[in-house]
Write a protein that binds this ligand. Structure first.
Ligand SMILES: [Mg+2]
Ligand SMILES: [Zn+2]
Length: 182
């Protein structure tokens, strides 16, 4: 079986202005140490997945082609460090009550099946409680990063976050994971 790192997209892999929806590929910006983090994951033999809620589609702000263009740009920027094995996203608005919007586990469960992943040896990393809950819902360890929404989420939920670990950013999460013997 394989092991994997599931990563949230906005506010975790790339910069996010909370409350805004990224619709222009040229506006994509990685965090300073995103590539260094991915190199660590690859070296440790993890499959890499991005799992993202993109409710702007369901809210009617823009279409799937916009998300695809942004995702293609992200893959291109990440390529020097690693190829991402798969990207999944939920296109629905929150009130649609779909089965794929994080923290619902569906996006993760599909990837686990498709890539023969052992969730117990895998991690979910994100900047929101919904990412942490998603990680737990798929049976993986969950790390909150304090980039983007992370700090406010930590203050809002405190112990109710139930994160296995809280780190400053994706790179410090990678260094933490590197030290685990999973
Ligand atoms: Mg996020
Ligand atoms: Zn959905």
């Amino acid at each position: 079986m394989n092991k994997a790192i599931f990563m949230d997209r906005d506010g975790t892999v790339i910069k996010e202005k909370p409350g805004t929806y990224l619709c222009k590929p040229q506006k994509v910006e990685l965090y300073k140490n995103t590539l260094k983090a991915l190199r660590i994951f690859k070296k440790k033999g993890y499959k890499l997945f991005i799992v993202s809620n993109q409710s702007a589609i369901g809210r009617g702000y823009f279409g799937k082609e916009v998300v695809k263009a942004v995702n293609d740009k992200i893959l291109k920027l990440l390529k020097p460090a690693a190829d991402i094995d798969d990207i999944a996203y939920c296109p629905h608005a929150p009130q649609a009550n779909c089965s794929c919007r994080k923290p619902a586990p569906q996006m993760g469960l599909k990837l686990i099946k498709k890539y023969n992943i052992n969730p117990e040896k895998s991690f979910m990393i994100g900047d929101k409680k919904s990412d942490i809950d998603f990680g737990r819902n798929i049976g993986a360890k969950a790390i909150l990063v304090l980039t983007a929404n992370g700090r406010k989420q930590k203050a809002k939920y405190g112990k109710n976050l139930k994160a296995d670990k809280i780190t400053s950013n994706l790179y410090s999460a990678a260094k933490y994971i590197q030290k685990q013997s999973l």
